[in-house]
Design a protein. Structure first.
Length: 143
């Protein structure tokens, strides 16, 4: 299975936002992913790992965004022949279920799409790289 990995850091806000693309590569190594995810620990930015070509069924794209405090973390999965999809987030969420603001843009997200657990993010990225999927024990359907 072929994959594409990209990682971008941001500085500034709104129209003044500047982007620094760290990597965009086909068939990344475990080391590529871990090294670039580490940059997200100290800077706002995003990373994504995509199946290439995009499948008609099954997991397609794992993505994370960091706002300096927490991570918005989702997995897109196609489940129907007509392009029907689900979005998966962290399984076993046991906090208060209320929508959470992310990036101070007013947009609200399900709490199981938000985490502060960086080790969890690394684990899931590596599982997706190695298997092309993420177990439902780690990421379950959120919407």
């Amino acid at each position: 299975m072929k994959m594409i990995f990209s990682c971008t850091l941001y500085k500034g806000k709104g129209l003044n936002k500047k982007y620094n693309n760290l990597i965009s590569t086909h068939n990344p190594t475990k080391e590529d992913i871990l090294k670039n995810l580490e940059f997200l620990r100290c800077c706002t930015g995003s990373a994504r790992l995509c199946v290439d070509p995009e499948p008609e069924l099954g997991p397609s794209e794992l993505s994370v965004q960091y706002d300096g405090e927490k991570y918005l973390f989702t997995l897109l999965e196609y489940v129907g022949a007509n392009g029907e999809m689900i979005i998966r987030g962290k399984a076993n969420f046991n906090g208060e279920w209320k929508l959470v603001e992310f990036l101070s843009d007013g947009e609200l997200y399900p709490p199981d799409a938000i985490t502060t657990d960086f080790e969890f993010i690394k684990k899931v990225f590596l599982e997706f790289l190695e298997t092309g999927n993420v177990s439902y024990d780690l990421m379950d359907r959120i919407y």
